[in-house]
Design a protein around this ligand. Structure first.
Ligand code: EPU
Length: 432
């Protein structure tokens, strides 16, 4: 099994470039099928979730080419199906965006239930409620394939989301972009990738206003055309490197970011005694003293992102005092990784959605597992902070969302390398 081997205790210094946003890319690639002509998508991260989305497009019949590692040209015109086969689609959460996009394209979709990180139950009832309001019916077969069909025209509707859902907001937007009339999504998610999808659809000719607020208004249009679009920088990748700098008492400039998207993360670092200097498209993180405790609650944007919860909990394991971390998005708690941190000497107790973290002087290197994408990268942070050697197993999870993490960290001075086992060479990498 492939693993990362980390000799901890090195101070990270220098600069690191952030790639395009995974959670924008996995929605924008399916959105391309709404277009009646080719699209060129730039600043795509080179990660397995993006390769999987591209694979699904090719499997459906789209012509996909790769002018360079971060750019795809996609001609959706040859697509003659409304089905996404199981397999690759089950490996990723974002495959559910093919439902919204196929409905907009041809008013029917047959798509497997999505996969993705396991944080307990992750329903899609709000997506289905939205599709229903737009004129669709749905059913689920025994094989886990979900069928959504509009027997008549798609029509605009007023939709109030019962929970703030990134996926439901974006999926409804994809279908409503081509529905007749006006759709209003209330209690919409405001994450940067929601805005990025709306901007992409608008460059294709859609009429979407209010993305980034909790009310989004969509005037449906008949036709969307292709074009060129560059994806925003990844908020969570950037935040992870900011915390890596703080975790190693380093001095790191994180480049190619939107500092506004990082404010909730910067605010917590400052509370912990870290200096954060904002540039136009960079943030410099400098940490010289001991980290101070702080309390964190994850919330929808602009609150502290749930996708940074495992990383900040890890950082707090060596902060002075007792910190409380509350998971406010996923009721399952998203705290399974805490057992791995305990193996490294962390003192954490978890009750439901609350983790109480008592700072210890130092973590100790140990063999640990990546349990999901962000929990996995948190183990990398723990390894960088720890005394001794940490081996992180199950790194396929981390490769879903972090491009070149080993080279990027090594470039900042970390002692980390990838140990491949012969039978895993190339697994999952035919996909792009
Ligand atoms: N929810 C429902 N019903 C729904 C949809 C969501 O009850 O129909 C609940 C969820 O169970 C959760 C909350 O609403 O408690 C928020 O879920 P949301 O729909 O926002 O999450 P998601 O669309 O499944 C996306 C990201 C996640 C990220 C969350 C929250 C993608 C592909 N995934 O998931 O990203 O944690 O939003 O910001 O965009 C990651 O990148 O590591 C990751 C897990």
């Amino acid at each position: 099994m492939d693993k990362y081997v980390i000799h901890g205790g090195r101070r990270l210094c220098g600069s690191v470039e952030i790639n395009g946003a995974k959670n924008a890319a996995v929605a924008i690639l399916p959105a391309v099928i709404l277009s009646d002509s080719p699209c060129r998508i730039e600043n795509l991260p080179d990660i397995s979730d993006v390769k999987n989305a591209a694979y699904i497009l090719e499997e459906m019949g789209a012509a996909v080419s790769y002018p360079d590692r971060h750019t795809m040209e996609i001609d959706p015109r040859p697509i003659a199906t409304h089905t996404v086969s199981a397999g690759v689609a089950r490996r990723m959460r974002g495959s559910y965006y093919f439902i919204g996009a196929l409905l907009g394209r041809c008013r029917r979709a047959l798509v497997p239930l999505p996969g993705g990180c396991d944080f307990g139950v992750r329903p899609i009832d709000q997506h289905l409620k939205g599709f229903e309001a737009l004129g669709c019916e749905h059913s689920l077969d025994n094989g886990g394939m979900i069928s959504v069909t509009a027997p008549h025209d798609l029509h605009g509707a007023h939709i109030y989301l019962d929970v703030v859902s990134v996926g439901a907001t974006m999926n409804i937007m994809l279908t409503a972009a081509k529905a007749l009339g006006v759709t209003v999504i209330e209690n919409a998610a405001r994450e940067p990738h929601v805005v990025d999808l709306a901007n992409f659809l608008n460059t294709m000719g859609a009429d979407i206003r209010g993305a980034g607020t909790d009310t989004i208004k969509i005037h449906g249009v008949q036709q969307l055309r292709g074009g060129t679009y560059a994806i925003i920088p990844d908020q969570i990748e950037a935040g992870t490197y900011m915390l890596a700098a703080a975790a190693t008492h380093g001095d790191v400039t994180v480049k190619n970011v939107t500092p506004k998207h990082l404010e909730s993360i910067s605010a917590k670092l400052v509370e912990m005694g870290v200096t954060v200097e904002e540039g136009d498209d960079s943030v410099r993180v400098v940490c010289s003293g001991q980290l101070r405790k702080c309390n964190v609650k994850t919330l929808p944007h602009p609150g502290f992102p749930t996708d940074m919860q495992p990383q900040i909990t890890t950082l707090l394991t060596t902060a002075g005092g007792i910190s409380m971390v509350t998971e406010g998005i996923f009721s399952g708690g998203r705290f399974k990784y805490v057992d791995e941190l305990r193996n490294m000497g962390a003192k954490i107790t978890v009750e439901g959605s609350l983790a109480v973290v008592e700072g210890v002087p130092m973590l100790k290197g140990a063999p640990v597992r990546a349990l999901d994408l962000r929990a996995g990268v948190a183990m990398v942070l723990a390894g960088l902070m720890a005394d001794g050697v940490t081996q992180v197993e199950n790194i396929k999870f981390i490769e879903r969302g972090y491009e070149n993490i080993v080279d990027k960290l090594a470039g900042l001075g970390a002692d980390i390398h990838l140990q491949r086992t012969p039978d895993s060479y190339g697994s999952n990498y035919r996909l792009g």
